[in-house]
Design a protein around this ligand. Structure first.
Ligand SMILES: Cc1cc2nc3c(=O)[nH]c(=O)nc-3n(C[C@H](O)[C@H](O)[C@H](O)COP(=O)(O)O)c2cc1C
Length: 213
């Protein structure tokens, strides 16, 4: 399988760094071809703005969706977006790995989605190309996320109840909307209070999870 691994954590020696390393060796050992978008290392630009479009559709008034459609059709998107679009086109499976920050993905990853899943490439509502007719149909996508808080807090209606709701929302509104099949997420809770042994157990659980893909 062609796997694109989109990774958003600024510190290689973090827990996220450790599980990313495990993913690389496990996926390659299982015979998959892997490409990585390591967003902090790439210093990936996180904001969709007029600089994303080398030839403007309308230079008087900035309409992001119209510019995306035009930019993709005319091949005039910024080079960093085009490179990511090529990787997405190549991939059978896209894995997004990130820590939960303020109940959501880090801004750099949200920016990747804003800028790379452009209208006309990933979906096209005007031609009905959304959900089962989404333009990324046939591909799979999966979230790997780490939470500082505990699973109990999340599942028993505590203040963090919305944490896994956010994961479901990405699965539906991003992956399924663009036609991809959302695979079950891999989630690690309580990372902020986890000891070394528990960390090693979670890494081993992730390795087995990836082997079962
Ligand atoms: C800016 C920021 C916001 C955070 N917000 C949340 C949050 O909303 N919910 C949560 O469970 N943990 C939150 N955390 C904790 C991180 O999810 C946790 O530290 C991370 O998953 C641990 O992985 P790491 O050691 O690889 O960074 C936050 C951490 C930071 C730095």
């Amino acid at each position: 399988m062609h796997v694109l691994y989109v990774y958003a954590h600024p510190e290689p020696r973090s827990f996220n760094g450790a599980i990313r390393d495990t993913a690389m060796t496990t996926l390659v050992r299982a015979g998959h071809e892997v490409k990585v978008s390591n967003l902090y290392v790439m210093k990936f630009k996180a904001v969709l703005d007029p600089h994303d479009f080398r030839i403007r559709y309308n230079s008087d008034r900035f309409d992001p969706a119209a510019e995306q459609v035009h930019g993709f059709r005319t091949g005039s998107l910024a080079p960093d977006i085009s490179e990511e679009i090529e990787k997405v086109s190549w991939a059978d499976l896209i894995i997004f790995q990130f820590p939960i920050w303020w109940s959501h993905m880090p801004a750099i990853l949200k920016g990747w989605i804003d800028r790379v899943f452009v209208q006309g490439f990933a979906f096209d509502p005007e031609s009905g190309n959304v959900y089962e007719r989404g333009l990324l149909r046939g591909k799979k996508a999966m979230i790997v996320a780490t939470f500082g808080s505990s699973e109990e807090k999340d599942s028993h209606g505590g203040t963090d109840r919305t944490l896994t709701d956010h994961i479901s929302s990405i699965n539906h509104s991003v992956f399924e909307f663009t036609g991809m099949t959302a695979l079950p997420p891999f989630i690690v809770f309580s990372t902020d209070t986890m000891n070394h042994e528990e960390g090693a157990r979670q890494i081993d659980r992730y390795r087995r999870f990836l082997e079962s893909l």
